[in-house]
Design a protein around this ligand. Structure first.
Ligand code: NAP
Length: 281
């Protein structure tokens, strides 16, 4: 039976430390502020943003939410980002994915200043990751790495397979594992013999967006499993991961649950990055 990589408990510890760091900043007259641009038309995004905002407020941070709707033009979006970039009271800017379809998300990310990109997803931040330079790291993979570090999971020389090659999860996760000296393979929708490939992994990361795609018999006995997925499944309460937890936990040595694994670590990492940004002032 696998041990649990408990993201909820670690995220609570990180948030308690954040509160202390925010108190120190406030005593210096600096109130860490994370502003969010979010599609008002996307209920899931609005609910994620509400949760992020609640956690931020608990830590003593401030922030505004700027809702983007079907009438928002590309020029208005870029202007708003420029305004937030220039506002010295704003330390972090989160562009909640996805934006309404008529808007060019890449152009918006290009406009976002790297020093405020606390979600670590602009081309500049990603370039810094590739180049092993200091910068904000993508919150979801960086949160997963923090979890592996906390549980002292050995990574050097291990064979890692990351399923998913998105810019916000799969690719940066693969790069971060590479920095930890894993030998990394990235799988995607065109990968052949995915189950066999997964069975070679000492560390298996699922960032797919397909509920319970990864079954227990895809997992090498004793492997460490990170499930970044959260999926809505009709007839089931709450979020469902990309890994079939019930069968996977019988084979893995360590596993992240959904919920309570990567999700809370993502939010804690985002807020931690925003406080880092405020501390740099
Ligand atoms: P995404 O942009 O849709 O990317 C999904 C990736 O999975 C793509 O690279 C795709 O391959 C690959 N894929 C799809 N079906 C596959 C299959 N049958 N076999 C192998 N690969 C397949 O998703 P994402 O934004 O990376 O998110 C991935 C998951 O993480 C989702 O469940 C999402 O909800 C979750 N997520 C969680 C957090 C968090 O805070 N915990 C944050 C962000 C995302 P192609 O590239 O070939 O299309």
């Amino acid at each position: 039976m696998a041990n649990i990589l408990d993201g909820l408990t670690l995220s609570k510890e990180i948030r308690a430390q954040l509160k202390e760091r925010v108190d120190v900043l406030r005593a210096r007259g600096i109130v860490p502020r994370l502003d969010v641009l979010v599609a008002a038309t996307d209920p899931a995004s609005l609910s994620y943003v509400r949760m992020k905002r609640k956690w931020a407020e608990t830590a003593g941070m401030e922030g505004e939410s700027w809702e983007i709707n079907d009438q928002t033009t590309q020029a208005e979006l870029i202007d708003k980002i420029g305004e937030l970039n220039a506002n010295p009271l704003v330390h972090g800017i989160l562009l909640q994915h996805p934006l309404p379809k008529h808007l060019d998300e890449n152009a918006a990310l290009m406009a976002l200043g790297a020093d405020k990109d606390v979600d670590g997803i602009t081309p500049q931040s990603l370039g810094r990751l590739v180049a092993d330079l200091e910068g904000f790291r993508c919150a979801t993979p960086a949160g997963a790495i923090k979890l592996l570090e906390r549980y002292e999971i050995p990574l050097v020389g291990k064979r890692a397979v990351v399923i998913g090659r998105s810019v916000i999860v799969g690719k940066p996760m693969a790069l971060m594992l590479l920095q930890k000296h894993c030998t990394v393979t990235i799988a995607h929708s065109r990968t052949q013999n995915l189950a066999d490939l997964c069975r070679e992994a000492d560390v298996l990361v699922a960032a797919v967006g397909k509920a319970e795609l990864v079954k227990g018999d895809w997992i090498k006995p004793g492997a460490v499993v990170i499930d970044a997925g959260y999926n809505k499944v009709e007839g089931r309460k709450g979020d469902v991961g990309d890994v079939e937890f019930e069968t996977a936990k019988e084979v893995a040595s360590w596993i992240t649950p959904v919920p309570g694994g990567v999700g809370p670590m993502t939010v804690a990492t985002l807020l931690s990055n925003a406080v880092d940004a405020a501390e740099r002032i």
